[in-house]
Structure formats: structure tokens, C-alpha cells
Ligand binder design. Sequence first.
Ligand SMILES: NC(=O)c1ccc[n+]([C@@H]2O[C@H](COP(=O)([O-])OP(=O)(O)OC[C@H]3O[C@@H](n4cnc5c(N)ncnc54)[C@H](O)[C@@H]3O)[C@@H](O)[C@H]2O)c1
Length: 436
Amino acid sequence: MVEEVKTASVTLADKEELEEGQTSSDEEMGKLYDEFEKTKRHITLFNRLDVGFVGLGKLGKIAAETINEYHVVFGYDINPDIEGNFYKTNSIEECVKGRDVVLVAVQTPHHPDYDGREPTSHLPPKDFDYEHIKNAVAEVDKHVDENTLIAVISTMLPGTVRREIEPLVKNGRFIYNPYLIAQGTVANDMRNPEMIMIGTEDGKENDDVQVLYDLYDPIVGGGIRFELGTWEEIEALKVFYNTFISAKLGLVNMIQDVAMKVGHMNVDVVTNALKNSTMRIMGPNYMKAGFGDGGGCHPRDNIALRVLNERYHLGYDLFDSIMKAREEQANNMAQYCLSFDMDVVILGKSFKPGLKDDPSGSPSMLVGWYIQAADASRKVYYDEAPDDKEYTYLIHDKGLMPETFNPGSCIIDPYRELQHSDQTKYCVIKHYGNSR
Ligand SMILES: NC(=O)c1ccc[n+]([C@@H]2O[C@H](COP(=O)([O-])OP(=O)(O)OC[C@H]3O[C@@H](n4cnc5c(N)ncnc54)[C@H](O)[C@@H]3O)[C@@H](O)[C@H]2O)c1
């Protein structure tokens, strides 16, 4: 961490001084080189990248101007009126041909009825419109060869890149690189992003990822978090980041509604106390997917809270939605267990691993309930297999794993940790939640 901070202290101005030979002494120059050496990635000190930037709208124009401070940017937009602090080109070919990297920030608009200024929840779900970005990517690809990396910035729903965008790239190379940027603070967000997200076909680092490191490292300095994943993981990361924000605001505004309806209550007293609850609420806890919430308090409280809507006419019932999600998530896990066509052994009946005989609010028993509801002929056993036949094991409590799983069994691990060993010989292991 300390090293990363140090790296960030070598600024563009330092770099320019070096380039222009203005650094006063060899000693100083040596020091600056040492600082750069410490960076996690290799910033090509004297090589600015040739960057094409296609789509100079609300995001693209300022992003192109910011990148142009560190590299050489050639910008193009079908709207000829857009000017900016970069080389403006008059054709897409001039913009993209022969560039190291081409960034594409063309719109992926929602239908006009779906922007949120008027109610939408009664309307059927509708995806973004991908025609503009598809046209732009196909057009860029016409004018490049394998020496150019096409990095698409535009936001899209998980699955879109593989289905609709990457297949359009036949001449150049493709990478997905959505931005977390807010309007009004584009330039600042470019230099201080929460993270930089990079999607590759298999989620692995490769030479193209290195090109993006070289592009962004000088802009953001050291210590910035780069998140690498498959195209789908990065599409999901971008849109679910926004969902977390919407969900947080939905929850605090619900407390506001309750304050107005119940009386004697200032919403800030509650939300400030929750904001300072760093043990469980604000922080990394409860960010590992697996079983649903459980125990003697949580589900029970939420289930009872459903009465608030009824009593105070809030107009919505988030508690019900949360409990409905918990149930359907258990149902989905149950269907997955059933897909292996064997009776099921659920390791752990209690509501949380490590506890013995406390099934109150048990999320694993909820999964068992859905298994039996879907197929009454399927047997569900808890904690251990009744004999040495083949079963589908579902791990809830790792402490209850047998010395050896029955050969021929399928072991479902929703913690995605179990690896093959003598304990799992002749068994199949499935990491629930990992479809890579
Ligand atoms: N605006 C933001 O702050 C922001 C933040 C994060 C992500 N995004 C995403 O980035 C993408 C762009 O957003 P925006 O707000 O800048 O959109 P925008 O509508 O303001 O800009 C898009 C630009 O692309 C141009 N364009 C369209 N087709 C083109 C083509 N074939 N060739 C060249 N230019 C073309 C348009 O003329 C327009 O100027 C969207 O997917 C959006 O979701 C935007």
C-alpha cells in the first residue's frame, strides 16, 4: 500500500519534465525512474499511446480530453458539431485506423418511457437499445487490423457482449471496459475512479489487458484497483454497482416513509446509526453469496415487518420482496440439486454453520422444503447420508463433511471452495454460483 502511494506521487508533470529534459539533475531523474520501477505494472514512460475515441457525448468528450493529457487522442462523433481538446477527425476511418487502442462510448439508450422521471414499474421489462453501439463497433472494425484493440465502454446488460458485440469484431482485437463515472464529475472520476473494470473472454489477464494498464496507469497513478473478469462478470459488475446504490436509497427512503407515517421519528437518527454500523451493515460482511439469511431473528423480523405496509399504506412492501427473493433463491438451489437426479443429503440443518440443532429460520431446510415440494418422491436427509449409496450432497456446514463422500455422488458447494482430494474420490464437485 505504501509503495502504491509513493508511485502515485510521480505525476504527469514529472513525466513531462523528464520528456522535455527539464529535470534539474541526474540524481532527481534517477529517483523518478526508481519510483516508476516500483509501480505494479509497467508504465511505458516515454510512449504515449495513439488512441481513437468514438462517441464524444456526455461521457466521451470529457473522457477523451482527459486521456489526451496523457496520450494522443483522435476523436470522432457522428455529430460534427462536437469539439474538444483532442485531435478532432472528420471520419471514423481517420479516427481509428492504425491506433493502438480505440475506445467506443456510444449511447445504449433506454426507451424514452423508461428513464425514471415517470413511473415505470407497471411497464413490461425492456432492455437497452444496442443498435447504435453495434453500428459503431462494426464501423470501427472495418478500418482496423489486429494491431488495434477495440475497447467498448458503453453500458450493457450481462450477456450482451458475447451475444451481440464481440461477434462484430473480425479485424481488430476486442476488450470490454465500462466506466463508473457520474455526470458532472467525469474528469475527476477518470482520475480517481473507484475501480477500473476490464472484461476479457475468459476473465484472464493478457496482452490486451496490459494495453489498458498502459492507457490508464499514467492517468490514475498507482494504487487504483483494476478488476478483471469475463465479459459477463464485468457487465454485471457495472450494472449491479448501480443496483446497490438504488437499493441503498430505496431502503433509507423506506425508513423515511416509516418516520412520516409512524410519528415521533427522525429518519436521520436511524440511518446515521445504521451508517455507523460497520460490523455488519456497512462493510464487507454478508457479501459472499450462498444460502439465504437465517436464524431466530432476521427472517422472522422481515416476515413480521410486512405488516408495516398494510398498517401504514406505504404503497410497497420491500420486506415482502426481500423474503420472496430469499424463497426463490432457495427454490433455484433446490432445482439445481434435483437436476442430478439423486436423493439429497443436506449437510447442516441449523440456521448457520457450526451450530447444532438450531433449525430456526434455517435457509438449508428451506432448500430441503423446495426439493420435496417439487418432487415428493425425492428423499432429503440432513447432516449425514443414511447409507453408502450415491447422493447429491449440498454443503451448508463444512464441519459436517464426511471423511469420505459416498463414491459416485455429486457434491454441491455454495461456498465455491471444495477441491478434489481423497475425501471426494469418485465424486463430482459443483461450485454453485460459478458458471465459468
Ligand atoms: N454519461 C455518463 O456519465 C456515463 C457514465 C457511465 C457509463 N455511461 C455509458 O456510456 C455510454 C455513452 O453514454 P453518454 O452519456 O456519453 O451518451 P451520449 O448519448 O451523451 O453520447 C453518445 C455519443 O455517441 C455518438 N454516436 C452515436 N453513434 C455513433 C457512431 N456510429 N459513430 C460515432 N459517434 C456516434 C452520439 O452522436 C453521441 O454524441 C452509454 O452506454 C452509457 O450508459 C455513461
